[in-house]
Design a protein around this ligand. Structure first.
Ligand code: BGC
Length: 443
C-alpha cells in the first residue's frame, strides 16, 4: 500500500511566524507583538515584526512551493490582520491579502489548508482577559464564521485551532504569549479554546463553506525509561496533563476521571458549563496530528544517565525517534476508535544557529533534517501499510521563520531565509523532499 497517488504532501507555516508586516495596512497587534516587549522572554528580545516578510513576498513562497512540488500548503490567518480589534469591522486590506494567497495557490494547483488560530490572539481581546474570558469563545466563532463566508467556497481544508496546549503554556507557565502564570486560569484558557473550537465547527456547518474541518493537536507521548511503578506513574500523569487534556474531550467526548480528580484536588479545576463537552466533541472531518518526538521520563538517575549516554540523538541534542509518528497514529486509533482520517499537519526538526554548507555550491547541507524526515516518513508508510487512515503529511517548515521564543535562532526550514533581504534559498532537504514526492507520484 504505502503512499497512494492521492496522498497529500505539503509544507506548513503560520502567520505570526512568517508574515511580518506586523503593523502594515491596518493590522492590529497580537499577543506575540506585546509579549516580545517583555525583556528576556524571547531570544535577543526579537519581536515578530518582520519575520520572513511573506506579507509582501507571497510570490516568493509560491514559487518555492511549486519548485518542491507539494500538493498542499498549510498556512494560517492572522486574526488581528482581518479583525484588528478581534471583533467588529473587517480590515479590507487584510481580507484581500488572504484572498490573493488562496487564489494564487489554487491557480497553481496547490490546495490551501488554512488554520484559523495559530497562537496569535488579537491583543485587543487579551486586554479583555483573553482566553480566560468566556466571551472569547463567541468572538472566535464570529471570526471563524466570517472567514468561512469569505473563503469557504475556495478553501478545501480548514482547522480551527493549532495546538491548544499553547494557551496553557501562555496562561499558566508564562513561557508563551501572553506570559501569564496562573494555573487555574491556564486550565480555564485551555478549556475555553476547546469550546471555541467546537463553536467554530458549528459556525462552519452553518456557513456556505464546502470543505473539511478539523483541529490540530500535538502528541508528545511520554515513555517511562524503566518499568518501576514510580516511572509508570510519571508517564501516566504527564500524558494526562499534556496531550490527553485535548484529545480526550475532542476525540473521546470527555475529560478523564484522573484529570478531573487531580485538578479538583489541586484547586485548579476550570469551570465546565453544561453543553461544553458536547461542543468540544462536535463531529469533525479529520484529526490533524502534529508529531515531533516522544518524551522519555524517569525518576531514576541511573536510567537517565544511561539514556543520555546511549540514546540516539541528532546534532541539536534531541532524540532521533522516528517511530513517534507510528506510535501516535496507533495510539489515537486505539484510544478513541477513530472513525475519521488523520492528517499529519506538522513534523520536522531544527538546527540551532547556522547549518553546514557545501563549500562549492554554498547550499546548506542539512543531512540531519533529511535523516529525520525520511525516518518519520518510513514509519508513516508502515502505518499506511497496516491500514491506518492517514491522508496527508506536512513538513514543518517551508522556510526558516520566527520560532516563537527562539526567534530566528532555531531553524526549521527546508529553505533558508535571509531575514534582512527576505531572500529564501533551498537547502539540500528541499531538493530531497522534491525528489521524494516526485518518486511517489510516478509510482
Ligand atoms: C508549532 C509551530 C512551531 C513548531 C516547531 C509546533 O508546535 O505549531 O508553530 O514552530 O512546533 O517548534
Amino acid at each position: 500500500m504505502g503512499f497512494g497517488k492521492d496522498f497529500i504532501f505539503g509544507l506548513a507555516t503560520s502567520a505570526a511566524q512568517i508574515e511580518g508586516g506586523a503593523f502594515d495596512d491596518g493590522r492590529g497587534p497580537s499577543i506575540w507583538d506585546e509579549f516580545a516587549k517583555i525583556p528576556g522572554k524571547i531570544h535577543n528580545n526579537t519581536p515578530p515584526t518582520t519575520a520572513c516578510g511573506s506579507y509582501r513576498h507571497f510570490d516568493r513562497d509560491l514559487k518555492n512551493l511549486l519548485d518542491v512540488g507539494v500538493d498542499s500548503y498549510r498556512m494560517s490567518i492572522s486574526w488581528s490582520r482581518v479583525l484588528p480589534e478581534g471583533k467588529g469591522a473587517l480590515n479590507q486590506k487584510g481580507v484581500d491579502y488572504y484572498k490573493r494567497c488562496f487564489d494564487k495557490l489554487l491557480s497553481a494547483g496547490i490546495k490551501p489548508n488554512v488554520t484559523l488560530y495559530h497562537w496569535d490572539l488579537p491583543q485587543a481581546l487579551e486586554d479583555e482577559n483573553g482566553w480566560v474570558n468566556r466571551d472569547t469563545v463567541g468572538y472566535f466563532s464570529d471570526y471563524a464564521y466570517k472567514m468561512f463566508e469569505l473563503y469557504g467556497d475556495v478553501v478545501p481544508l480548514w482547522s480551527t485551532v493549532n495546538e491548544p496546549i499553547a494557551t496553557y503554556v501562555g496562561y499558566a507557565l508564562g513561557g508563551f504569549a501572553p506570559g501569564r502564570t496562573n494555573e487555574k486560569e491556564g486550565n480555564q484558557a485551555r478549556h475555553n479554546i476547546l469550546v471555541a473550537h467546537g463553536a467554530a465547527v458549528d459556525a462552519f456547518r452553518a456557513s456556505k463553506a464546502k470543505g473539511d474541518i478539523g483541529i490540530v493537536i500535538d502528541i508528545w507521548k511520554r515513555h517511562a525509561l524503566t518499568d518501576s511503578p514510580e516511572d509508570k506513574a510519571i508517564e501516566k500523569d504527564q500524558d494526562e496533563r499534556n496531550w490527553k487534556f485535548y484529545t480526550d474531550p475532542v476525540l473521546g467526548g470527555s475529560y478523564s476521571d484522573y484529570l478531573l480528580e487531580h485538578l479538583a484536588a489541586e484547586g485548579t479545576l476550570m469551570d465546565i458549563r453544561p453543553g461544553d463537552l458536547e461542543l468540544m466533541h462536535r463531529p469533525i472531518d479529520y484529526y490533524g496530528l502534529n508529531v515531533y518526538n516522544r518524551v522519555p521520563v524517569t525518576a531514576d538517575k541511573q536510567a537517565e544517565a544511561d539514556f543520555t549516554q546511549g540514546g540516539n540523538f541528532l546534532n541539536n541534542k534531541t532524540e532521533y525517534y522516528p517511530k513517534a509518528i507510528y506510535d501516535a497514529i496507533k495510539l489515537v486509533n486505539d484510544l478513541y476508535k477513530l472513525r475519521i482520517p488523520i492528517i499529519v499537519t506538522e513534523n520536522g526538526t531544527y538546527a540551532i544557529g547556522s547549518e553546514p554548507r557545501d563549500p562549492a555550491t554554498g547550499m546548506i547541507e542539512d543531512d540531519d533534517r533529511i535523516k529525520y524526515v525520511s525516518g518519520f516518513l518510513s514509519w508513516l508508510e508502515k502505518a499506511l501499510d497496516e491500514g491506518y487512515d492517514v491522508r496527508g503529511y506536512y513538513l514543518w517548515s517551508l522556510m526558516d521563520n520566527y520560532e516563537w521564543t527562539a526567534a530566528y535562532n532555531f531553524r526549521f526550514g527546508i529553505y533558508e531565509t535571509d531575514f534582512e533581504t527576505f531572500e529564501c534559498k533551498p537547502k539540500k532537504s528541499a531538493l530531497w523532499y522534491r525528489d521524494f514526492i516526485k518518486k511517489v507520484k510516478e509510482k
